[in-house]
Write a protein that binds this ligand. Structure first.
Ligand SMILES: NC(=O)c1ccc[n+]([C@@H]2O[C@H](COP(=O)([O-])OP(=O)(O)OC[C@H]3O[C@@H](n4cnc5c(N)ncnc54)[C@H](O)[C@@H]3O)[C@@H](O)[C@H]2O)c1
Ligand SMILES: O=c1ccn([C@@H]2O[C@H](COP(=O)(O)OP(=O)(O)O[C@H]3O[C@H](CO)[C@@H](O)[C@H](O)[C@H]3O)[C@@H](O)[C@H]2O)c(=O)[nH]1
Length: 436
């Protein structure tokens, strides 16, 4: 099948490589010439395990990238994988997907055969039918339901595991209003469905739109709940991870997403929970629990610095921030918990030295004046305290000798990645876990 994907960011590039691997001819369309050139050179515009190898394999053959929308005319189905960021009030900003939809509609005006358009971006219920459909119709002069088949297929991949998640999905959600559009959408996934055991869920467009938000809201709230329980456990000197291990054995709770600590970030949870809250309020419903989940999450970085401040005054001190990305396996710093941590450290007059295996360049763009170390070892050397913000594996290998090079070996671990016992000889009771 000939598949075009508009938007070659994290989602667009990942699904482009995955669809090519499934045997489809893929056209990646992006307005950013450098993204297009990178893909056409067989290199990856994103940091994502496995994606560079697949681009090297398929680029110039099954994957072509372009800035020219006209080339979409040679494809049968188009995915819209544009960013839908938050505006200042938490609502989604649909301007990028609207601009792309208009360009797509202009292009489809000269298409002689029917075309299927699938919204991949995360959008609030009603966006596909009330915003995208009318734009497509006015720009193309065609009718949705006749010459244009419109569906919504939310994406559930996690950064750092994007290809793995694509290949082993818990579910594939196909939102459409006619069996014919459902069939056309499913046809794109048939080579995958034949390979794996998954749930293919046929539903309506609005249902598909909100399933995505419900999924993320549930997971973010689950983490906030374990963090709240963790804060209580800490007051009783109880290790929340032992508690999580036990409660996770209850199938109704489940073992995943119970890692407590400094909280959730990323390009999705913060903006998606904010968008759902904003949309609900617009409908006159005030979502108490979701607002509380956000509040608990916002407080965890401050709790971490309170723990640090209980061991040392922060003003004028050199503090190592270990981990800058929002989670391991990615260079993405969007919504990273490192950001409020750094802001608060600077407000309290500390000197910050940051280290991350891959995200330093991105953080440097946001904080050009911070000091950045090229290893955890050099970040720790001479530091008066360290906070561990991201659970990169390499942090678990930092030994007592390295922590011993700190001016004051005080370690506050926000991810339970450091082995307390292993570094006890130098920290001498000044290792603290956020929830253990
Ligand atoms: N990042 C994730 O892990 C993830 C997972 C699931 C769902 N989502 C959702 O998928 C959508 C895309 O997210 P992302 O992280 O891939 O975004 P992104 O910001 O990484 O990529 C968006 C791309 O769209 C391009 N673009 C912007 N305007 C364009 C236009 N008019 N025409 C063509 N290209 C244009 C940009 O240059 C960029 O390359 C969002 O709605 C997001 O919420 C993201
Ligand atoms: O037990 C846990 C699990 C995660 N996190 C944090 O939660 C955030 C999000 O982690 P994760 O879900 O692994 O990463 P994302 O790539 O943001 O993926 C989420 O957001 C995507 C975009 O919508 C969805 O597609 C995925 O299904 C959803 O997991 C990160 O800051 C993690 O550190 C925890 O604190 N504890």
């Amino acid at each position: 099948m000939r598949v075009s994907i508009v938007g070659s960011g994290y989602v667009g590039t990942t699904i482009a490589t995955a669809f090519a691997e499934l045997g489809h001819e893929v056209l990646a369309v992006d307005i950013d010439q450098s993204v297009v050139d990178t893909i056409n050179r067989g290199e990856s515009p994103i940091h994502e395990p496995g994606v560079p190898e697949l681009l090297a394999k398929h680029s110039g053959d099954r994957i072509q990238a372009t800035t020219e929308y006209d080339q979409i005319l040679n494809t049968d189905v188009t995915f819209l994988a544009l960013l839908t960021p938050s505006d200042e009030n938490g609502h989604i900003n649909t301007s990028y997907i609207e601009a792309a939809t208009e360009s797509l509609g202009d292009t489809l005006a000269s298409k002689e055969t029917a075309h299927t358009v699938i919204v991949k971006s995360t959008v609030i219920p009603g966006t596909t039918e009330d915003v995208i459909a009318p734009l497509l119709e006015s720009a193309s002069g065609k009718t949705v339901g006749k010459e244009i088949h419109l569906g919504m297929n939310p994406e559930f991949l996690r950064e750092g595991f994007a290809l793995e998640d694509f290949r082993n999905p818990d579910k594939i959600v196909l939102g459409a209003e006619t069996p014919r559009t459902h069939d056309q959408m499913e046809a794109v996934f048939t080579p995958l469905i034949e390979q794996v055991d998954t749930h293919v869920i046929r539903t309506g467009i609005r249902e598909a739109e909100i399933i995505k938000y419900a999924n993320n809201a549930f997971l973010a709230t689950k983490i906030s709940l374990i963090n709240e329980l963790g804060n209580i456990c800490k007051e009783y000197d109880v290790d929340t991870y032992e508690v999580a291990d036990a409660i996770g054995k209850d199938d109704r709770i489940g073992e995943r997403f119970l890692a407590s600590g400094v909280g959730w970030g990323g390009s999705c949870f913060p903006k998606d929970v904010a968008a759902l809250i904003a949309a609900a309020r617009e409908k006159g419903y005030d979502p108490t629990l979701l607002s509380a989940a956000v509040e608990v999450n916002a407080k965890q970085p401050a709790r971490m610095l309170e723990l640090l401040a209980s061991h040392t005054d922060l003003s004028g001190k050199r503090i190592a921030v270990l981990g800058l990305s929002f989670k391991p396996g990615t260079d993405d710093i969007r919504g990273s918990r490192a950001v409020p941590i750094i802001d608060e450290l600077l407000t309290r007059g500390a000197t910050v030295v940051g280290y991350d295996p891959v995200a330093t360049a991105n953080m440097r763009e946001q904080y050009p004046d911070l000091s950045y170390a090229d290893s955890a070892k050099s970040a720790l050397s001479g530091a008066d305290g360290a906070v561990v913000v991201t659970d990169w594996d390499e942090f678990s290998a930092i030994d007592a000798e390295t922590f011993g090079t700190m001016a004051q070996p005080i370690v506050i671990d926000g991810r339970r990645i450091i082995d307390r016992k292993q570094i006890e000889s130098v920290t001498n009771g000044r290792y603290e876990g956020l929830t253990w």
